[in-house]
Design a binder for this molecule. Structure first.
Ligand code: ZN
Length: 496
């Protein structure tokens, strides 16, 4: 080991000890669901190329030793003494990246499909953005019984005020400030890591949630609630903004005018597209700076609307139970050609580039949920990374949105987000360099999560497959007039 490498190592160890001590001292714990199973013997990855996701540097000829669920050593091949009775895995010609995070999913009660699909696609962590409360118990139960699952941080149920009385199992529909505070307490008692906010009739309900959340020291994440101004959400401490909803209005010269519209929620896409015509670069620059300074993360989820525009069922839907495949085909066939969504997707792509150029931190998310057309747990995250690159991020920046940035967002850089000594051993072995071509994140050779190595072949065995339903095999009955489609999010907002 060179002196420089030794110093780097020493600094890392000191930093790790300091961080662990610091977090221990203030009692900062996270309630997230963590895997328990780990390797009984040390795991050695030999002759790997480590991808440094901070700098984009490739460090060749490395040996990584994993003890328990942590990386205990990383060094040059020829400097290592291997531990006795170790499991040795040759990784020559392979690239090691940190385990990926999908920062916006809905596991619902589909966890038995979702968990193997996520892990099989190298997704070792997810942020659940709203679930029925009893489903959280189900996840915990199957994990306790030994089912392999990614790390999960969760919101509990979405705190939500929708027009009419729309009820969905993963939301708590609140009608007053008092009910909003109760919803915070309900989620807190379920062990939520944060709270998912949505739109409200008045900013006062949002304020009540923010105030109640402080008592439980729970961060706020979610939609930019209507009719809350983006700047006010930042001031309230909201940590992430989902879908980039509301940002065209927020960066237009007519923010007050649009926020004042009573039918804002129904005509959401329409107003965002209109607002984009009044884009004000000075206002945008100011808002983006505020996002940067306050570390407010954006979760664009480009794949969600792109999937909605597809005229066919995705060929990878073989991982999706037949009933959902049929429902997707019905939704695809039932939708009219939707120019508005197409226009919106175009301006949204442009906004991602602008924000990335301004240095606004971005998280990879998908909204994966079998109820939304063509979204497949695990698979869709790789699609999202590719879309981020198509829209101005470098492959390294795209990789950061699913590794380093989630770790920063969760304040867990001391144990996640990079391939470094002392960190949790959540790793993905790739057969090709993801910095050369982001599509290489799909070329998985093995996944290590919580110290346990599972070969891709083994991972595939745990994933259920179904026959792909043919478009022509699903008949669509004409829908009765004036009956809105329940899950349509073409002209207003869906409940995710
Ligand atoms: Zn969602």
């Amino acid at each position: 080991m060179t002196i420089k490498a030794f110093h780097k190592k020493l600094t890392l160890i000191i930093a790790f000890v300091l961080c662990a001590g610091l977090f221990g001292a203030v009692g900062m714990t996270h309630a997230s669901i963590e895997p328990t199973a780990t390797n009984k013997v040390p795991l050695v990855l030999q002759d790997a190329t480590v991808v440094d996701v901070r700098t984009g540097e490739l460090i060749e000829d490395q040996t990584i030793i994993v003890t328990g669920n942590r990386i205990s050593y990383i060094g040059d091949n020829d400097e290592v003494t291997l531990p006795k009775h170790a499991q040795v895995r040759n990784a020559s010609g392979q690239y090691v990246i940190p385990g990926l995070w999908d920062m916006h999913v809905h596991l619902d009660h589909d966890h038995e499909h979702a968990f193997p699909l996520l892990l099989g696609n190298g997704v070792t962590g997810v942020r659940d953005m709203g679930a029925p409360l009893n489903d959280i118990d189900k996840w915990k139960n199957v994990i306790k019984k030994g089912m392999s699952a990614p790390r999960i941080i969760y919101a509990g149920s979405t705190i939500f005020q929708f027009k009419g009385n729309l009820e969905a199992p993963h939301v708590i529909n609140v009608k007053s400030e008092k009910e909003a505070r109760e919803a915070v307490r309900t989620n807190a008692s379920k062990g939520a890591d944060f709270l998912k906010v949505y739109s409200y009739k008045t900013p006062a309900i949002y304020a009540a949630i923010v105030d109640e959340a402080k008592k439980y020291r729970l961060p706020i994440a979610g939609h930019l609630p209507m009719p809350v101004r983006a700047i006010d959400a930042v001031r309230a401490g909201q940590k992430s903004i989902e879908h980039m909803y509301g940002l065209f209005i927020a960066t237009s010269s007519k923010e007050a005018e649009f926020l004042g519209k009573a039918d804002y929620e129904d005509r959401y896409y329409e107003y965002e597209i209109l607002a984009e015509k009044h884009y004000d670069p000075k206002r945008a620059e100011r808002l983006f700076n505020i996002f940067v300074q306050n570390e407010v993360y954006q979760v664009p989820m480009l794949i969600t609307e792109k999937n909605e525009l597809k005229s066919k069922i995705d060929s990878r839907a073989i991982y999706v139970p037949t009933a959902f495949q049929k429902a997707w085909i019905k939704m695809i066939k039932g939708a009219e050609p939707d120019k508005m969504t197409a226009d919106y997707v175009k301006i949204k792509d442009g906004m991602v580039k602008k924000m990335n150029d301004a240095g606004v931190p971005i998280l990879a998310g998908t909204d994966s949920d079998f109820e939304l057309t063509n979204l497949i747990y695990g698979v869709s995250l790789h699609d999202e990374l590719q879309l981020l690159v198509e829209n101005g991020l470098s492959p390294l920046q795209a990789l950061q949105t699913a590794t380093l940035n989630p770790a920063k967002y969760m304040e867990r850089v001391y144990e996640l987000g990079t391939v470094e000594e002392g960190k949790l051993a959540d790793l993905v072995l790739l057969k090709a360099n993801p910095l050369e071509d982001i599509r290489n994140t799909t070329r998985i050779s093995a996944v290590i999560y919580n110290g346990k190595l599972i070969e891709k072949k083994e991972l595939e065995k745990s994933i259920k497959t179904y026959e792909l339903v043919k478009m022509e095999d699903v008949k669509v009955e004409p829908s009765p007039p004036h009956k809105p489609k329940s899950s349509s999010h073409h002209h207003g907002l869906h409940s995710h």
